[in-house]
Ligand binder design. Sequence first.
Ligand code: GRF
Length: 188
Amino acid sequence: MKRIVIFASGSGSNAENIICSLAGNKFLSFPMIISNRRDVFVHERAERIGVPSFFFSKQQFEDGDVLKFLLGHGIDFIVLAGFLLRVPVNLLQTFHDRIINIHPALLPKFGGQGMYGDRVHEAVVAAGERESGITIHYVNENYDEGRIIFQARCIVNPDDTPGAVAARVHELEYRYFPKVIEQLAILS
Ligand code: GRF
């Protein structure tokens, strides 16, 4: 049984979708969700689906408190789903090639520090791109630069608003992220 923790900093729709989509998989368990913010909706989603969620401050990530907590709970794999902090070296070293992230664009374009949420879709529309999509990648010490695992594409119409692009990208996230996690976590 692989024990997977999800890190989320905001709404948590991907976290909820992953846990609910993989609830029937007897090889995976999702014992907790961790957030670096107290006042975000992911905690309500966690309560609704019966998964404990915890707050840890940025300092506690950097001081190794989160690492100790994860090891104490036998966590095998970390999934970032809308997590906005840079992952500290203590976690990268301990969970080498066992931390993955999803980015709502086709990296290496439209990634990097500050590129998250609607800002990404606004940049894609402003650039006149004809397609966008998702990128699932291993996490390293830099934002959105780890080895790419999977990408899926969607069209961008000339008259699309960033919101229309966001909706199409979210659909790809919900469809593919659980599948990629299922394949990777079991093999890791
Ligand atoms: C998603 O668009 C994901 O690609 C990005 O952050 C967003 C998180 O949304 N990393 P949610 O919190 O899962 O609703």
